[in-house]
Write a protein that binds this ligand. Structure first.
Ligand code: FAS
Ligand code: PHB
Length: 405
């Protein structure tokens, strides 16, 4: 692996260097702080840019508990929306999946990733701990040794961070996974033949719970951020560009994919954000390379149908924080040595559910008309089968961390 530059640099020293200040990096930084472990966070973008990315909306109980443990759960409990079920819409009719009764009282919290990130940013700032935004030329070095380094440039000045561990929380397009030698890593990937066109609007949600719609015209999702702010998605061809979609065209197409009652109830308005995201299933094995540990989107991507991306990032961070804490407090390597296998068992389960739910709810051009009929038959079975509905419910709320142990 390449070694650090010899040019004059400002030297820093910490225990853990976290690359990336998205939810993974910020949550890890906050939990490590609570555990008394030093960490520096290095982020390529500005805080405003990070907050401007509109992404996840549904938090599992494991994630909610972690945010409480990190001391940032207050606003989530005050402003988040507790949901005990969601609707599946197909053949023009809606059917409720009762999460609460099917999972022994579990639920999910609708609270946007932007707000989670804002809460974590505020908490980090309140600690006064070092967070470098707008760092350029971030590079990682010598992570096959016990003395890894991270270098970056800030305002034209070169810096070097010496540390014990590097936490690669830099997302799918980050530098950390890309720095691992090809022979040391296996990447599993499935790219879906469509994307999600998302629209955020200051309009009241069409329904008090989420609606996942399987329509012959394509998938649609009605989600929300509050009682006055809605988030909607439409499946669109990969060739579509967001500029092609006016607000009016979006609303008209959404209506065509909803049931008559929802189509009539829908309140439309100007978009405050509109973007197209590609869908893929992606998993890296292993997730640890010497002193480098990947967490969140840096290690895996799931299609957002199952609302798992952010929640998987949270469980990775939980395992990683306890591994580092055990190393420093108990002088134990058990956590660091078992990090990858602990994460990957949960990652593959969530990837399987996200793939399955995506395959069930979206229109696949190559599957022909029979594809739609087979999907409708499976949906018909699921909503009339207690076992089938329970399977959907227990995966949607998130399997327990010790599931299958
Ligand atoms: P992130 O990508 O959020 O954060 C990584 C951070 O690292 C970024 O701030 C980036 O700027 C920084 N970085 C990158 N390269 C760097 C470098 N070289 N040096 C320093 N910093 C660097 N999940 C859901 O559950 N539901 C959804 O609806 C949903 N929608 C999504 C839509 C899109 C377009 C995307 C991309 C993801 C979506 N996700 C969704 C998944 C998403 O929520 C992720 O799971 C979540 O952002 C994971 O957080 P992080 O692992 O922190 O990665
Ligand atoms: C969202 O609100 O952004 C959201 C909700 C559920 C999903 C995906 C996205 O499955």
């Amino acid at each position: 692996m390449n070694t650090a530059s010899t040019a004059p640099q400002t030297q820093h020293r910490t225990q853990v260097c976290i690359v990336g200040a998205g939810p993974s990096g910020l949550l890890l930084g906050q939990l490590l702080h609570k555990a008394g472990v030093d960490a520096i966070i290095v982020e390529r973008q500005s805080p405003e840019y990070v907050l401007g990315r509109i992404r996840a909306g549904v938090l599992e109980q494991v994630t909610m508990d972690l945010l409480d443990e990190a001391g940032v759960g207050q606003r989530m409990h005050a402003e988040g929306l507790v949901h005990t079920g969601f609707d599946m819409l197909f053949k023009g009719e809606r059917h409720r999946i009762d999460l609460h009764s099917m999972t022994g009282g579990k639920q999910v919290m609708v609270y946007g990733q932007t707000e989670v990130t804002r809460d974590l940013m505020d908490a980090r700032q309140a600690t006064g701990l070092p967070t470098v935004y707008e760092a350029s030329d971030v590079a990682i070095h010598d992570f096959d040794t016990a003395s890894p380094k991270v270098t970056y440039t800030k305002d034209g000045h070169a810096h070097t961070i010496s540390c014990d561990f590097i936490a690669g929380c830099d997302g799918f397009h980050g530098v950390c996974r890309a720095s691992v030698p090809k022979q040391s890593i296996t990447e599993f990937e499935k790219v879906y033949p469509f994307g999600w066109l998302g629209l955020l609007s200051d309009t009241p949600p069409v329904h008090h719970e989420l609606i996942y719609a399987n329509s012959p015209r394509g998938f649609a999702l009605c989600s929300q951020r509050s009682h006055t702010r809605s988030r909607y998605y439409l499946q669109v061809p990969l060739t579509d560009k967001v500029e092609q979609w006016s607000d009016d065209a979006f609303w008209a197409e959404l209506r065509l994919r909803l049931d008559p009652q929802a189509a009539q109830t829908l309140v439309t308005g100007a978009s405050i954000e509109k973007s197209i995201a590609p869908l893929r299933s992606f998993v890296t094995e292993p997730m640890r390379f010497g002193s480098l540990f990947l967490a969140g989107d840096a290690a895996h991507i799931v299609p957002p149908t199952g609302a798992k991306g952010l929640n998987l990032a949270a469980s990775d961070v939980k395992y990683l924080c306890s591994a580092f804490t055990e190393f420093y407090k108990d002088h134990s390597r058990t956590g660091v040595d078992h990090y990858s296998e602990r994460c990957l068992r949960r990652v593959w389960r969530a990837s399987r559910f996200s793939w399955w739910f995506t395959s069930l709810m979206h229109r696949f051009p190559d599957n022909g008309e029979i594809g739609q009929k087979l999907q409708e038959a499976e949906l018909d079975y699921l909503i009339h089968s207690e076992a089938g509905s329970r399977s959907v419910a227990e995966n949607y709320v998130g399997l327990p961390l010790n599931f299958g142990e």
